[in-house]
Write a protein that binds this ligand. Structure first.
Ligand code: NDP
Ligand code: 2IT
Length: 446
């Protein structure tokens, strides 16, 4: 297998899908050497079967807005690979959603889920519907119309969706409700559900907390910890807010947060009062960060800017979206002394930024390792649903931190270089790939 040849072929067959090509290139260039040590992989053409999704379901979603106007959006589910467990992965509602983005996310999810050590295959779905500014009833009608099309392809042992950008507890509740109505069965068919109907404690917190646990493991390899460190975070959604909460609990200083409108900068770290307000504003009031200085004039708001070049930090935790940290941002971070990057979002750093981090030999954890705590806790929610029991917050949190420790250890095992530097990208990709590859080999040509 030659990465350049496989990639050229994928680009020819699936043009205009840059995010998908980007994600595939990153994984293939990491695994090429190991793959080529196994001639049986090539005989089974594992590589093409791993890069091209098992199936893609796409459909039109029609719904009626509050003014009575009939609206249409596109809906998709990319079922990438179910070699090691039922298809599993989030649903994204955002105006930018297209097949390239969902194919990259489903591809990444396959290796991420493998890393969790739990039995979950990889999938992703979503719509170009934007929940921003929509009423609760509009969101509900949209979710119902979306599931009216998709429900036949889902199920607790078939394909289990969850949240992602624009999809949180409210949307999962509406989708699960409609799925239950169509199937007339109450099963663990979605994760991220409300606590009163089968949701798991700590699932909302899990991605952000898990990223902090992964970071703790990385820092420990250098004899460091989070206490007193200046941490730049992007985003202010589910992942970013719980990352900030845990960083502050662990004694770190959160020096930035952002949304798609701009960044809030706190050079000395957010106070608890400031963070609590931002959490309320973004989580419950569905507000915008530009409103923050009205309440706290001492906080700077930078319209239209990302945090990376605005503030000095020791650690960066990009937690908004893909390709939100580019080579110029990476240069600024490195020049300012940043020595660790742990990704909450999926593929937030561009290839140029990733190369700069690795060339500088700083601690750099790719999303598929660092943010795997979210889907891992979804796996724990599925386990609880299957045994019809609810575990305590302490138990789930403990299992989450153990899983993150194990993912870190797997990255070190496969990613440690002769000079002692741990290339977490290589480690995560090889560890994630090997398990899926073995399962695919054992199951024949499918
Ligand atoms: P949310 O919708 O809760 O929050 C997304 C945040 O990112 C918001 O602050 C949003 O700003 C910002 N954002 C979204 N799109 C853009 C954009 N194009 N440019 C700039 N900012 C943007 O989503 P999550 O927190 O759940 O997801 C964040 C990231 O983490 C995604 O990459 C997701 O795939 C990943 N992830 C999520 C997991 C989960 O369990 N939820 C698990 C693992 C990874 P605004 O409010 O202005 O839209
Ligand atoms: O990107 C991700 O891992 C998620 N959005 C969470 C998926 C899940 O099934 O919990």
């Amino acid at each position: 297998m030659k990465t350049t040849e496989v990639l050229a072929d994928l680009k020819r067959r699936f043009p205009n899908e840059p995010e998908y090509h980007q994600a595939v290139e990153e994984v293939l260039s990491s695994i090429e050497e190991v793959y080529n040590e196994h001639p049986e992989f090539e005989r089974y053409n594992l590589i093409e079967r791993l890069c091209v999704p098992d199936r893609i379901i796409s459909f039109r979603v029609s719904w009626v807005d509050d003014s009575g106007k009939v609206r249409t959006n596109m809906g998709y589910r990319v079922q990438h690979n179910n070699a090691i467990g039922p298809y599993k992965g989030g649903i994204r509602f955002h105006a930018s959603v297209n097949l390239s983005i969902l194919k990259f996310l489903a591809f990444e999810q396959t290796f991420k889920n493998s890393l969790t050590t739990l039995a979950m295959g990889g999938a992703k779905g979503g719509s170009d519907f934007s929940p921003r500014g929509k009423s609760d009833m509009e969101i509900m009608r949209f979710c119902q119309a979306f599931i009216a099309e998709l429900w036949r392809n889902l199920g607790a042992d078939t394909d289990v969706p969850a949240g992602d950008i624009g999809v949180g507890g409210r949307e999962v509740g509406y989708m699960f409700g409609y799925f239950k109505k169509m199937t007339r069965e109450f099963t663990g068919s979605f994760t991220g559900k409300g606590l009163s109907f089968g949701g798991s404690l700590i699932r909302p917190e899990a991605t952000g907390y898990g990223n902090c646990y992964f970071l703790q493991n990385m820092l420990a390899t250098k004899g460091l910890d989070i206490k007193g460190k200046r941490v730049a975070i992007s985003g202010s959604g589910n992942v970013a807010t719980y990352t900030a909460k845990k960083i502050m609990e662990l004694g770190g200083k959160v020096v930035s947060m952002s949304d798609s409108g701009g960044s809030i900068i706190a050079p000395d770290g957010l106070t608890q009062e400031q963070f609590d307000y931002i959490f309320e504003l973004k989580t419950y009031m569905r507000g915008r960060l530009y409103e923050v200085p009205d309440r706290f004039p001492e906080l700077e708001y930078h319209e239209g800017e990302r945090p990376w070049q605005l503030v000095k930090c020791d650690i960066a935790m990009p937690s908004a979206t893909q390709n939100e940290l580019d080579g110029v941002d990476a240069d600024a971070l490195l020049a300012n002394g940043c020595f660790a990057v742990s990704e909450g979002a999926n593929m937030p750093s561009t290839p140029s930024a990733v190369h700069k981090f690795i060339d500088a030999k700083i601690l750099y954890a790719p999303g598929k390792a660092a943010n795997a705590g979210g889907v891992a806790t979804s796996g724990l929610e599925m386990a609880q649903n299957s045994e019809r029991l609810n575990w305590s917050a302490e138990e789930v949190d403990h299992r989450l931190s153990e899983i993150m420790k194990n993912i870190h250890a797997a990255c070190v095992k496969y990613g440690k270089q002769d000079d002692g530097y741990v290339n977490y990208v290589r480690g995560a990709n090889i560890a994630g790939f090997m398990k899926v590859a073995e399962a695919m080999m054992a199951q024949g040509i499918l």
